[in-house]
Every structure is written in C-alpha cells, then in structure tokens.
Write a new protein. Sequence first.
Length: 253
Amino acid sequence: MQYTLKKSLGQHFLNDAQVCKDIQAELLEQPIKQLLEVGPGAGALTKYIQDIPTESFKAIELDREKVAFLSTEYPELKDKLILADILEAALPFDNEFVVAGNFPYNISTQIVFKILEWKEQVPMMVGMFQKEVAERIAAKPNSKAYGILSVLTQAFYDVTYLFDVPPTAFTPPPKVMSGVIKLTRKDNFPKFVSEKLFFHIVKMAFGQRRKMLRNPLKPYFSAAQLQDPLFTKRAENLTFEDYAALTFKMHIE
C-alpha cells in the first residue's frame, strides 16, 4: 500500500534509522508501562519503539491514509492505532503513560501545551521538534529564546536537549534543523494561587517582553507594589518560581 505526503499536516517523515535508534535508546533507559506515539506517519519511529517492553502501546494519527497504511504494514498495530487529532484527543490511557514522537512541526508547540494539560499522567516525553522550538522549550532565563513556552514547561518538567537532527534525516528534508528533547516531570510543582492565574501572568508578562514588567502587569498590582525593583525587570529575567510567587500578590477583579 502506498501513501501520500500531506504538507498541510506538516509531514516530514524520518528516514534515518540511527535517529530512531537514538530515540528508542532514550526511552529504554527506564521502565515504561504505557507508551503513546504521537504522529507515527509512515511508521519509521514506530518500527523501533513499538517493541519497547510495555504493558500497552498506542499510536495516535490524524491522517486516515497513514492509519490504513500502518495497519497493513504492521498488522500487530491494528488495534493500537487511534485515528484522532492529538490536540482534541481524550486521555488514551487510564494511568500514567510516556509520550514520544516526531511531532508535526505546525502543531508542535500546541502538543507541548497538551502535555502540560495531561501532566498528572505524563511523567516523561521524548520528542522531535524544529530546533528553534526545542531550544525555546529548553531556554534559560535572561536569553532571547526564553519565553512563555520555556516558563510554563519548566514549571512542571525538567527539560533536556538531547541532540540535533539534520534535514537529511527526513523525506522531504525540511528547511530547518531539528532537535530531540526530553521532558521529565518534576517531583514538586511550584506553589501558586492557581494554575490558571500562573499561566495568565506569564502570558501577560511576555505579551510586552521588551518593556519593564510594571507596564504589562500594571492592572494586577497596586502602585505601591509596582515600586518593587522586581517590576523594573523584563519578562525574560524572571524564573518560573518568580512568576508563581507573584500570583500570591496579584489583585484580580
């Protein structure tokens, strides 16, 4: 059975076996009970990670044609394939599960936010991103790459940048470098008034990232509070702990 490449779905298929083996090796470093692959496409990575010893393996794919192809190419996967959009999908398992995949670049940032939504059940993720996005997720404070994605991800996960992947590892080759990162859930999450408030203040701060924080955050703090030297800093200068602590001082109408 043949399949077609769909640019509209951001499809770039892995063709480098060594990259697949490296991702497999990273996943094999600790026991995994349940594993979800996101965007298996034509199954290049699936071939290597479906055999990782687990109690259950599933793969979620939006492209109906790829699901049909995988069912034919790998008959053992037939009942393990979920035809769905990962961004709208329900939890695939009842208990904890690890996420892995060569993520479609056009929704990779949204996939990270989906992982954050599922964080109580996702202790680890190993994923391929456009290198620029991978670097943003892993970026540290006081850097240009550090932003909303960095703060919100690092509040709940330790981020490890594993390795670069060149365009030649894909068909068709993308015009950018790629990177594989690992997210490992933290034992303790930061303390904040609410997750909603934490996400809100981070997004507001970075909405005007070139200005001192007293500008974008003015509606939420008193004039006296805004005299604190902290508010002369810019969004990229604060850690996730700083933002979490600010939620206890905010005034919300």
